[in-house]
Write a protein that binds this ligand. Structure first.
Ligand code: CMP
Length: 144
């Protein structure tokens, strides 16, 4: 099934110069990059992005972290890209993330976990619409 997913390199990932290695892993897997931008995220966007987390005790520190520096947001397209991206990214808790995954290779703490990946096709559609205008997404002319 051809799908799209939202991937975001979080401020710690940008700060640690991991953007290139992260893009490389998605390219190596064979996915297509259809949207890419660097931005400082607003609390307004984050409150819509993290609707299910706003009551969590860690939410204020999550907001602080996500606004502490620029983020690189991307939309990747491909067969089963939502689920495959979650596998590439690894478990949310870096202590559970396997070596070879992005979090398993680059992070040790749940609140500094380098990257975001949408967790279902429905959530991906919502997140892509929240982070990107449709005019910012490119349709590739060649086939994969
Ligand atoms: P992500 O899965 O991308 O989106 C929700 C984020 O909340 C998650 O990454 C972590 O960065 C953060 N998070 C989840 N659980 C915790 C926790 N127990 N303590 C601190 N941050 C958390």
């Amino acid at each position: 099934v051809r799908e799209r997913t939202l991937i975001a390199v979080k401020p710690d990932g940008v700060h640690r110069r991991l953007i290139g290695q992260i893009i490389q892993r998605f390219e190596m897997r064979g996915f297509q990059l259809v949207g890419l931008k660097m931005l400082r995220v607003s609390e307004e966007l984050l409150s819509q992005h993290y609707t299910s987390l706003c009551k969590k005790p860690f939410y204020p520190s999550l907001l602080h972290y996500m606004t502490s520096g620029p983020v690189v947001a991307m939309v990747w397209e491909g067969h089963n890209v939502v689920r495959s991206s979650r596998m590439l990214v690894g478990d949310t808790n870096p202590t559970q993330a396997l070596p070879g995954t992005i979090r398993g290779d680059f992070s040790v703490h749940i609140s500094r976990n380098v990257i975001h990946a949408s967790d279902s096709v429905e959530v991906a559609q919502k997140e892509i619409a929240l982070w990107f205008q449709s005019s910012e997404l490119i349709e590739w002319e060649c086939c994969d």
